[in-house]
Ligand binder design. Structure first.
Ligand SMILES: Nc1nc2c(c(=O)[nH]1)N[C@H]1C(S)=C(S)[C@@H](COP(=O)(O)O)O[C@H]1N2
Ligand SMILES: [Mo]
Length: 302
């Protein structure tokens, strides 16, 4: 697996902005990492469109259908959601399944800041200062067997707390999946917080996955189960509409959604009259992840 330091893929301008940003919101001295920015090393890539999205936008404009389909529903309806106690089970094609409490996970795997861009399949994007660590670190806790070809993520099923689950909007619980090499890639992040704070419920507390080169829906929230499987899992969105949502769902401006273009995106937080910006292949993380797909027809495997 390719090794890199997050600082090495951070354009200098962003890095500087990031330092002033750090001062601005008064981060403690303990804050570790530099950001990871999606836009290559081009100096000219550092401009207005690479600004970190505000805490307010990140936490009030959400997709989390368990709490409703409106953008403000998750913020409004998730405040009493119970994230403690919380256990995460790792099972399937492993020598021995394990169950870890969220406390164990938080204390065993220190989180670092990772500034990564989220590109929703609906055509908007945000740059989010996540806190988290690589999923591969957690998976190293179990011994995978040779049949472990894919990983399936399962979100919580709790219709009493999540009124959206009373309606068959999706096939609950929310499920997503990755190929094992995608899951092991260091950019595949288990998210524990944002803006150096605890993860808000509406963003997927206490633990959600984040895969920066894929459309946002791949990044399942409130995960309770991680299952190693042999066959490609069927995600909730593939169930809902296989023609529109493929297993890979890599951000790809050359493959349109059947009902709309994916060539450009609206940057959340920009003035409403600001032009949309060009969507980048793999959401700008091609240098890091394109090799996972060499030789694959990404129109067929969308
Ligand atoms: N469990 C669950 N996870 C989910 C969703 C959801 O509805 N339920 N929505 C997805 C979609 S479409 C997006 S764009 C991102 C949004 O993440 P954010 O609200 O933290 O920005 O979460 C993804 N994860
Ligand atoms: Mo999305």
């Amino acid at each position: 697996m390719k090794k890199f330091k997050y600082s090495e893929i951070t354009p200098e301008k962003i890095y500087k902005d990031r330092r002033s940003f750090v001062k601005q919101i008064g981060y403690g001295l303990g804050t570790l990492s530099l950001g990871i920015m999606p836009f290559s090393k081009n100096a000219n890539a550092a401009n207005e469109e690479n600004k970190i999205t505000s805490y307010k936008d990140i936490t009030t404009y959400n997709n989390y259908y368990e709490f409703g389909t409106g953008k403000s529903d998750p913020y409004i309806r998730s405040q009493n959601f119970k994230t403690n106690p919380w256990n995460i089970r790792i099972e399937g094609e492993v020598d021995k399944p394990i169950e870890l409490s969220i406390e164990e996970i938080l204390s065993s795997f220190p989180s670092e800041e990772r500034i990564l861009k989220l590109r929703c399949v609906e055509g908007w994007s945000m740059i989010i200062p996540w806190m988290g660590f690589s999923l591969s670190n957690l998976l190293s806790k179990v011994k995978l067997n040779s049949k472990a070809k894919f990983v399936e993520f399962e979100s919580i099923y709790s219709p009493d707390q999540m009124s959206g689950q009373k309606y068959p909007v999706l096939n609950w619980p929310y499920k997503e999946g990755l190929r094992i090499d995608e899951a092991m890639h260091p950019l595949t992040t288990l998210v524990t917080g944002l803006y150096n704070k605890k993860l808000p419920n509406q963003n997927g507390a206490p633990l959600r996955i984040f895969i920066p080169w894929k459309y946002g829906f791949k990044s399942a929230k409130a995960i309770v189960k991680i299952k190693l499987v042999e066959k490609m899992p069927t995600s909730s969105w593939m169930w809902a509409s296989p023609r529109e949502y493929g297993f890979y769902s890599n951000v790809n401006p050359n493959v349109n959604h059947p009902r709309w273009s994916q060539a450009t995106e609206r940057v959340i937080g920009n003035d409403i009259w600001a032009p949309r910006v060009k969507t980048l292949m793999f959401n700008g993380y091609g240098d890091e992840v394109a090799n996972l797909y060499s030789g694959m027809d990404l129109k067929k495997y969308f």
